[in-house]
Design a protein around this ligand. Structure first.
Ligand code: HEC
Length: 447
């Protein structure tokens, strides 16, 4: 097993309540991008930037999570099948993976997208799945035969969200092109444009019983629209942007919105009044939300490496002063430029100490003088395994001057360049000091 050494060290534990009804789910090594709670309300799935999916017990505080590991890049979304014994996940590796939750093993990988997969929806009978692709396509999949049915094309930009209607007859899709479209599932054909919002639409939920859908957009807009007439029923825009998460409680009576400014806004869908609006993270986005079984709790995935479980009623909020957790929550003004470069551009995927943790990339501990692709226990891409390169001032400078896609083509590290020469110099100066510890590296033999 790929991360077994690190998994042992960092195996997470669901912490007991910190405040009344508050819980924290720890163990991931990166932010949490997707969340889902099982139909019976007893389990949760967390999809993380660290490539893994956590499968957690909500009932048993002391139970360790099961880690589902097979994605080769950040996992963006994970959702339960209606039977509660299977999960479907998708990520930046363009793949969908179907899992057995009995043993935490992948059953099959569904391939077809040419870009990262951002969202999933499953029909209430569990037979079909739909996927939203950065490539502008919507994948339609048969979960019984585990085969692709069709790739629906028409959006002119990445598809951010997909939702089936309760009867499975229609599929709704939301895109960065600013539209929400409806498709007929039986003949997988484009049906009509539901909404032209102008700004990219990120999130979508459908309340079939009440006859409306709600969407959240890049400009912070949150609107409720009548499914039949296309008329706007309510506008619950808070002014914070962008909207990154939008969920509906099981009974349809509550809606929750997570935004780029770190707030969770819970709204009553009978009156469209705010039930609660609070800061859930000191700084940075709320990426994923899920209501607990009775909508008394809301689970949140944020820029931090753990998931929060907040009581909806009662006081709960964090202040700017709370939780320094990740490097880049330190006041940037107190950092040197090199440290700031690392915090902003690298720390999400790399640690500097001897342990890689559950991060997407290998630790950079003692990177100077290390041959590329040689850290024990880390699963490199073939590109990095095959490269003949030693990391030093010059090669690190080139890596971000040219970008990993040019300097180490085929690498799993996302393309990014650091354009300013002085930023690269400061970063390398910082790394030289910060990566030079005496602790043994993982996998390194100590006599
Ligand atoms: C989104 C995640 C991500 C970010 C951000 C990121 N990296 Fe990486 N990095 C990776 C991955 C994944 C690999 C392994 C690449 C492979 O196997 O192809 C890697 C590999 C590397 C390596 C080669 C390590 C080795 O053992 O050969 C270096 C050096 C490196 N990264 C430095 C950096 C620095 C410095 C930054 C910030 C400027 C950065 N990375 C930002 C994901 C990331």
């Amino acid at each position: 097993m790929r991360f077994f050494f690190f998994a042992l060290l960092t195996a997470g534990l669901a912490n007991p309540a910190l405040a009344d009804g508050y819980r924290r789910f720890e163990g991931h090594g990166g932010p949490i991008r997707g969340l889902s709670i099982s139909p019976d309300g007893q389990h949760a799935l967390t999809a993380s930037f660290d490539n893994s999916i956590g499968y957690w017990s909500l009932e048993d505080d002391t139970a360790r999570p099961v880690w589902l590991e097979a994605h080769e890049a950040a996992a963006n979304v994970a959702t339960f099948l209606p039977d509660g014994n299977h999960a479907l996940s998708a990520g930046d590796d363009f793949d969908l993976i179907l899992w057995s939750l009995d043993d935490g093993k992948p059953i099959t990988t569904l391939e077809g997208h040419k870009g990262k997969v951002l969202d999933l929806s499953i029909t209430t009978d569990g037979k079909l799945a739909a996927s939203a692709g950065w490539d502008g396509a919507i994948g339609l999949w048969n979960l019984e035969t585990r085969e692709p049915i069709a790739m629906l094309k028409g959006h002119r930009a990445p598809v951010q969200a997909v939702r089936f209607s309760a009867d499975g007859a229609y599929l709704y899709s939301a895109s960065s092109d600013g539209t929400i479209r409806r498709w007929t599932v039986a003949d997988h054909a484009f049906d009509r444009v539901e909404v032209s919002h102008g700004f990219g639409v990120n999130r979508l939920v459908i309340n079939d019983k009440a006859g409306w859908f709600a969407y959240g957009a890049l400009d912070g807009g949150v609107r409720i629209v009548n499914i039949d007439t296309g008329k706007e029923i309510a506008d619950i825009t808070s002014g914070r942007q962008p909207v990154l998460a939008l969920v509906l409680s099981r009974d349809g009576n509550r809606i929750a919105i997570g935004d780029g400014e770190g707030f969770i806004h819970v709204v009553d869908t009978q009156t469209w009044r705010t039930i609660k609006d609070f800061r859930a993270v000191p700084r940075g986005p709320v990426w994923a939300l899920a209501f607990g079984p009775k909508a008394q709790h809301i689970m949140a995935g944020t820029i931090l490496d753990h998931a929060d479980f907040w009581p909806v009623e009662g006081a709960a909020s964090v202040s700017e002063a709370d939780g320094p957790i990740r490097d880049f929550h330190r006041d940037p003004a107190t950092m040197t430029n090199g440290e700031r470069q690392f915090a902003r551009k690298c720390s999400i995927c790399h640690t500097l100490d001897g342990i890689s943790g559950r991060r997407a990339g290998p630790t950079l501990h003692r990177i100077f003088g290390r041959k590329a692709g040689t850290l024990d226990g880390y699963q490199y891409s073939d590109a990095l395994l095959g490269i003949n390169l030693v990391w030093n001032d010059i090669s690190l400078d080139k890596l971000f001057d040219l970008g990993p896609d040019h300097y180490t083509p085929g690498s799993k590290m996302p393309m990014q360049r650091i354009v300013k020469q002085e930023d690269r110099r400061d970063l390398i100066d910082y790394l030289r000091i910060a990566t030079d510890g005496d602790d043994p590296q993982p996998g390194e033999k100590t006599e």
